[in-house]
Design a protein around this ligand. Structure first.
Ligand SMILES: *[C@@H]1O[C@H](CO)[C@@H](O)[C@H](O)[C@H]1NC(C)=O
Ligand SMILES: *[C@@H]1O[C@H](CO)[C@@H](O)[C@H](O)[C@H]1NC(C)=O
Ligand SMILES: *[C@@H]1O[C@H](CO)[C@@H](O)[C@H](O)[C@H]1NC(C)=O
Length: 431
């Protein structure tokens, strides 16, 4: 019903375009009518000057010559006036032609826009569930869908190929591929994700923060290399080994260099004023767990790349959100007390030879931070020469203030030649 009403509403853009044109036309007509009236006034005086006068041939020739002379000069001046009028008409015609051409161009552009709005950015016309989910993009009242989805029509059609009201296919890989490519947000689906075979209630807080859930509480996707948590804990770098040495030391010990502790970072602000935040690329949620123990609510932005990170974070009693690196952060301006960004995520923002993606992402972090909010850049990996040439000036340009800054050569796992780390505690200025 509402949609029907909306559908009938004229496109405001189109209406605006036409009304501008109409106003211009009316103005144009008024201007020209005025000029024609003025001209005809001049014309009237001209006619008056032509008023036939009785020329008496028997008059003396001197008077006749004077009369002729006067008539000639009157004729000359009216000729000049006529030429002026002609020129003005020429200009007016030119104006009218330009205006008409503009109107035609605008109408054509409008048609193109409408045509594009109808098919969107798709190569083929949409069908089935995808068409239903996306709805009428032109009305903008339907589902939001990432612009880059247009580049993945094949994959998206596969993603939307399911039995409505049935079980969703197990397709974490496809989902990840689409989101990585910038097809975000994904369309909604009318299917139910499969429940794990033997789901058990999660552990209560605060025990849940450091409890690995049973393997049966998760649906293991075919695409994940591990099919249980002990496999994940054993594999290097996943952060699932909650009792492991690596996880235990994370953010609890400050080495005065690249590794900062949460307590040192929180001490940069008046006690208790860092209350809510975001951990970008937060993996299994250990940063949020540490912050939770200090009364700070941190949302963990993660993906299911390689492992069920989302379920794992949630099982710990922490809030996972599913956003990829290409996405504008789903937070209001000036609201968060802290944003923590781990190195791998920063790498996702870096496009070789193009630092624009990174700069846009950094401005977005600045946007969501409140005045005085902290941006904790943690082990950002970069080619050594780029620190002073590129990244430091970029962070200045965004407007961050440096509270702490540590750069050091990367020496651990698989370090390439001249790779460096940067850790920094930055602040959005208070004013
Ligand atoms: C005719 O008019 C011109 C100026 O318009 C003037 O110079 C000339 O003397 C006039 N001739 C006669 C015969 O009045
Ligand atoms: C976990 O999975 C690995 C391989 O994925 C397997 O070798 C191992 O036996 C599994 N362990 C348990 C406890 O199920
Ligand atoms: C960057 O410049 C600072 C001085 O401003 C210098 O101390 C530092 O070594 C430079 N870093 C790199 C990686 O070149």
């Amino acid at each position: 019903m509402e949609r029907e009403l909306l559908g009938k509403k004229p496109d405001p853009k189109r209406r605006q375009c036409w009304s501008t044109t109409t106003v211009t036309l009316i103005l144009f007509l008024i201007t020209n009518t005025t000029s024609i009236l003025l001209s005809s006034g001049a014309g009237a005086s001209l006619v008056r000057r032509y008023e036939p006068r009785t020329v008496r041939i028997w008059d003396d020739s001197g008077a006749l010559i004077a009369d002729l002379n006067a008539t000639r000069s009157a004729l000359e001046s009216s000729r000049a006036e006529l030429a002026g009028l002609h020129a003005r008409l020429g200009t007016a015609t030119l104006l009218l032609q330009t205006l008409l051409a503009d109107v035609v161009t605008a109408a054509r552009a409008n048609d193109d826009q409408q045509k594009q709005a109808a098919t969107g950015w798709w190569a083929r016309e949409l069908a089935g569930e995808l068409k239903l989910a996306v709805g009428n993009v032109a009305s903008a009242g339907e589902a939001a869908l990432g612009h880059a989805c247009g580049r993945f029509q094949d994959e998206l059609e596969r993603y939307m190929d399911y039995k409505p009201s049935g079980e969703c296919p197990s397709d974490a890989a496809l989902e990840h591929l689409l989101m990585r490519g910038g097809c975000e947000p994904l369309p909604r689906r009318r299917c139910r994700p499969r429940s794990p075979a033997r789901y058990v209630d999660p552990a209560p807080l605060p025990k849940s923060l450091w409890t690995t859930p049973p393997d049966t509480s998760v649906v293991w996707d075919a695409y994940h290399p591990c099919k249980n948590y002990s496999c994940l804990a054993a594999s290097h770098g996943f952060g699932f080994d909650l009792r492991g040495r690596h996880e235990k030391g994370l953010w609890t010990h400050d080495d005065g260099a690249l590794a900062y502790s949460v307590d040192k970072a929180l001490a940069a602000k008046p006690k208790g004023t860092v209350r809510i935040g975001l951990d970008m690329g937060g993996g299994g949620g250990t940063f949020a767990a540490r912050m939770s123990e200090r009364g700070v609510t941190v949302v963990t932005a993660t993906t299911n790349a390689g492992a069920p990170f989302g379920s794992f974070v949630a099982s710990r009693g922490l809030v996972p959100i599913h956003v990829g690196p290409a996405r504008r952060l789903p937070f209001f301006d000036g609201t968060l007390d802290v944003v923590h960004a781990a190195g791998e995520l920063m790498a996702g923002w870096m496009v070789p030879g193009d630092n624009m993606a990174l700069e846009f992402a950094l401005f977005d972090v600045y946007r969501v931070l409140r005045p005085g909010g902290l941006f904790w850049l943690d082990h950002f990996v970069f080619p050594g020469a780029q620190l002073n040439a590129t990244y430091a000036p970029m962070l200045d340009r965004v407007g961050f203030r440096k509270l702490r800054w540590n750069a050091g050569r990367k020496l651990d796992g698989g370090a390439k030649k001249n790779e460096w780390y940067l850790s920094a505690l930055l602040e959005r200025p208070m004013t």
